[in-house]
Design a protein around this ligand. Structure first.
Ligand code: NAD
Length: 511
């Protein structure tokens, strides 16, 4: 039995997994057969009959049935269910990390970190379940109470990307559940076993809680057509979609056309500014982790380095030296820091971007495919450093691979303008020991991103803050802070406990 099969067996995933699971009930989809291969070595992991758009309705029916029950369960009791999910996730942490490594190619440390994110959001959501606060507002009328309540919204559609195959679902599902909403999850077709593994964990908790309706949690493994059906379904009041900007544009427009709510977490083009006062050791470590972590396939991966003229030469030299020595190879092996790209199209996109960068005047270091000392049939690459003009067209776009574009600056205002001059607005950072520079970067005239860091890299956010970005990144916020509010509907109540009927704004209407 392979490591993956052992992990699946421990989780309780069927030997021949099926692509639709509602609570504990599995069945095959009516779509085409789909083979899942590992990015590590191209080995086959599973073969599934995918869900098709037509399969969505029955799953939505089950979610609606669950909603009728779940919305009236007291929120702290909903939190207790999530607490138990967190316990089971702790128990299966290494099994789920194994699936993340084999399906998404993450090194073991990053895979364990992703599962830990799920555990952390469970803890956060349990606390949140006792804090779904509405405000009491001073009424202008005597003996009136003006207050707001947050109510469950309804079944939520979650569409997720391959590169965070478990955490993104958990960010959404745990909050949605404590808020009273069932969740229908369409994971990336590249990482279905991760999704089925998570659903199996939920199944275990459902078994222990027979009063919890099965339709609270469903998975449909399908392709873009299932995502489109979710976006178009008027029975899903919120669609949370994580993926490329092209996908988000399609989903956002379909949801808007039916006046639904969408939460979009899309592509980034993240940058770090390094100033002359920066602690260069700190900056170097942060730059390398942010640029090569998950083989440059995080939405928050560092793509642009904007470095002051005075420190540029030495910093670029040191980055190249570290890159030349990075352990690249099988992500299951201890000590590896860089695993494979997800697949051949990702490698082709990386090579195309590097060719374009050369045409646009860039100088390319690294970026080639590695064939020695790595598993056969995986796409392992040396991370690339590209010194290039900030106005080059290739810099404007997110290429999902470890390519770091390096640009120089002389004046901080120019650096910030350069920083903001891309269509995306997800994660950003400045390395400086000058409080004026740090605060300027964090100010209204500074970074235009959703995540703005000082002396910390662009990737590796904690779950406690709201996560997301502006512009082409989609504007959504999920995970911590008050992100829970998007999963609820707000009702404003005015209660008159007087024997008069005073009208607001002092209007007289005498009958
Ligand atoms: P992708 O857009 O190809 O696919 C994402 C998901 O959307 C998949 O489940 C896919 O099946 C589905 N999908 C694709 N086209 C669709 C359509 N037209 N309608 C409905 N659903 C559709 O993205 P990917 O390659 O899996 O992931 C990489 C991208 O995701 C990068 O751009 C990355 O920056 C982004 N991402 C963003 C965040 C964030 O939080 N901002 C997090 C992770 C990944």
């Amino acid at each position: 039995m392979s490591t993956v099969q052992q992990a699946l067996a421990r989780l309780g995933v069927l030997e021949h997994p099926e692509s639709i699971v509602v609570g504990g009930q599995s069945y095959p989809g009516s779509g085409q057969t789909h083979k899942v291969r590992s990015p590590i070595d191209g080995s086959p992991l599973a073969s599934l009959q995918l869900a098709a758009a037509a399969d969505l309705e029955t799953v939505v029916d089950a979610a609606h049935t669950a909603y009728q029950i779940w919305r009236s369960v007291p929120a702290p009791h909903r939190g207790e269910f999530v607490r138990q999910v967190g316990d089971r996730l702790r128990f299966h942490k290494s099994d789920l990390a194994t699936l993340v490594t084999w399906e998404a190619g993450k090194i073991t440390q990053e895979a364990l970190g992703e599962v830990q994110e799920m555990i952390d959001i469970c803890d956060f959501a349990v606390g949140q379940s006792r804090q779904l606060y509405g405000r009491t507002i001073a009424s202008e009328r005597p003996q009136h109470r003006l207050a707001e309540q947050y109510h469950p919204l309804g079944p939520i559609g979650v569409i997720s990307a391959f590169n965070f195959p478990v955490a993104v679902w958990a960010w959404n599902a745990m909050l949605a559940w404590v808020c009273g909403d069932p969740v229908i999850w369409k994971p990336s077709e590249k990482t279905p076993l991760c999704a089925l593994g998570c659903q199996a964990v939920v199944q275990q908790v459902l078994k222990d809680n027979p009063d919890v309706p099965a339709g609270l949690s469903s998975v449909l493994v399908g392709q873009a057509d299932v995502g489109q059906a979710i976006a178009a379904s008027p029975r899903l009041p919120l669609v949370s979609a994580t993926g490329s900007t092209a996908m988000g544009r399609a989903v956002g427009q379909a949801v808007a056309a039916r006046l639904g709510r969408s939460l979009l977490e899309l592509g980034g083009n993240n940058a770090i500014i390094v100033t002359p006062s920066a602690d260069s050791e700190l900056a170097l470590r942060a730059i390398v982790f942010s640029a090569v972590g998950t083989c440059g396939q995080r939405c928050t991966s560092l793509r642009r380095l904007i470095v002051h003229d005075r420190v540029a030469d030495s910093l670029i030299q040191r980055i190249k030296a570290v890159y030349s020595d990075l352990p690249i190879g099988n992500p299951c092996h201890d000590g590896m820091l860089l695993g494979p790209l997800i697949d051949e199209p990702a490698f082709a996109a990386m090579q195309a971007a590097l060719a374009e960068a050369r045409e646009q005047g860039g100088t390319v270091f690294g970026g080639e495919r590695l064939l020695q000392g790595v598993p056969e049939n995986g796409f392992y690459v040396k991370p690339a450093v590209v010194e290039i003009d900030p106005d080059a067209a290739v810099v404007q776009r997110e290429t999902f691979a470890p390519i770091l574009y390096v640009m120089r600056y002389d004046d901080l205002d120019d650096a910030i303008a350069m920083h903001n001059n891309v269509p995306q607005g997800l994660a950003s950072a400045i390395f400086t020991n000058d409080v004026r520079e740090a605060e300027t970067f964090c100010s209204a005239a500074g970074s235009d991103c959703g995540i703005v860091n000082v002396n910390i890299g662009t990737s590796g956010a904690e779950i406690g803050g709201a996560f997301g970005g502006e512009k082409d990144t989609g504007g959504g916020r999920e995970s911590g802070s008050d992100a829970w509010k998007v999963y609820m509907r707000r009702a404003t109540n005015t209660i008159n406990y007087s024997s008069e009927l005073p009208l607001a704004q002092g209007i007289q209407f005498d009958l």
